[in-house]
Design a protein around this ligand. Structure first.
Ligand code: PHE
Length: 342
């Protein structure tokens, strides 16, 4: 019995087999356990010796099982280490991870600047009614300034639908649906029949700001834009208003930033401002009362200001990106250079 048990223990090739061997040779129904039980039936003089022999045999079998168990455990562990080895030098089939687009991040950062001032974010459709894109903004059908914006018309023309040429129709939509005081910022895509080159694209992004309340003046506009500029370009940035014309604001201005390369001095050779000392950032002004009236705002009580900046342009200025096309060609190496998490 004992020899049989030893042979079976030695033959157990893994822990599962050894478990079976333990049941067969050391369990309650093993030959040795049965022999143990039969000792009582032996004549008294034979019992002692039989008891010793069976007891020794059981002890030896238990020990042999324990020793084999230890051996098999070591083997199992070694096999696991081999099987689960990872060769970190093998080539990977994983594709490179994507990256958040810097325009998405910047648009959100801009919205945050204004949300922190208590403004709301408003959005409108890119396929827009001609009336909201133009007429409501004091750009009637024959207004010469309509040709300033190279419009992409949706077919058929008699539907009077355009791809919005600026985010200003969101101003009109906001005034038509809310009552003052209004403080909104409106980021979004806009479309024009522009060529596609280093500084133009038929699709780009703008952010519009609109405030309508009692007693709003150009001074509020200037203060707000100075705050916005500091948030975008750092506290030391200087802004300048240059008289301009937009049908929807009166008076109107272009907002310039002092050239951050030459700071307005040695501007002759400066490539960033091309000798101007200033770089144009966007348009703005006091909302034309004709726009307020068209959108149902009481002009005796309320005035407002509005501004519109290119988000793409802001990004290019902020990070010294020289080719606008880099923003639209989807090269993940470009996006990931901005280090933004997905
Ligand atoms: N909508 C103008 C543009 O696209 C920018 C602008 C917005 C100017 C609001 C004044 C006020 O050029």
């Amino acid at each position: 019995m004992r020899e049989q048990a030893f042979a079976a223990i030695a033959a157990a090739g893994d822990l599962a087999e050894l478990k079976q061997v333990r049941l067969d040779h050391a369990g309650d129904r093993s030959p040795l356990a049965l022999a143990n039980r039969e000792i009582g039936a032996l004549p008294p003089q034979a019992r002692k010796e039989a008891g010793q022999r069976v007891g020794q045999a059981r002890g030896a079998v238990q020990q042999a099982i324990a020793a084999r168990q230890a051996e098999l455990e070591v083997q199992a562990e070694e096999r696991m280490l081999v099987d689960e080895t990872v060769d970190v030098t093998l080539p990977t089939s994983r594709r490179p991870a994507g990256s958040r687009h810097p325009l998405t991040t910047l648009a959100e950062d801009i919205a945050d600047v204004f949300v922190a001032l208590g403004w709301e974010v408003a959005e409108g459709p890119v396929v827009e009614a001609e009336w909201l894109n133009f007429d409501a903004l004091n750009l009637g059908p024959d207004h010469p300034a309509r040709t300033m914006q190279d419009t992409i018309w949706a077919e058929p023309a008699e539907n009077h639908v355009v791809l919005r040429t600026h985010t200003s129709p969101v101003q009109a939509r906001t005034m038509l649906t809310r009552t003052p005081p209004i403080h909104v910022v409106c980021p979004g895509r806009v479309y024009r029949t522009d060529p596609y080159d280093a500084t133009h694209s038929p699709m780009f992004h703008q952010v519009e700001g609109l405030v309508v309340d009692e007693g709003i003046t150009m001074a509020h506009l200037k203060g707000t834009l100075d705050h916005f500029a500091a948030a975008m370009f750092g506290d030391g940035i200087t802004t300048r208003f240059r008289p301009s014309y937009f049908p929807f604001t009166e008076p109107s201005a272009e907002v310039d930033l002092i050239c951050w390369i030459c700071r307005g001095v040695n501007s002759e050779d400066c490539r960033t401002c091309r000798g101007e000392g200033w770089v144009e950032w966007g348009g703005c002004g006091v909302v034309n009362p004709r726009v307020l009236t068209a959108c149902g705002v009481d002009t005796d009580r309320y005035t407002g200001f509005a501004f519109g900046m290119g988000i793409d342009r802001t990004l290019m200025m902020r990070y010294a990106v020289s080719d606008l096309r880099d923003l639209f060609e989807g090269d993940v190496r470009f996006s990931s250079a901005f280090g933004t998490e997905l």
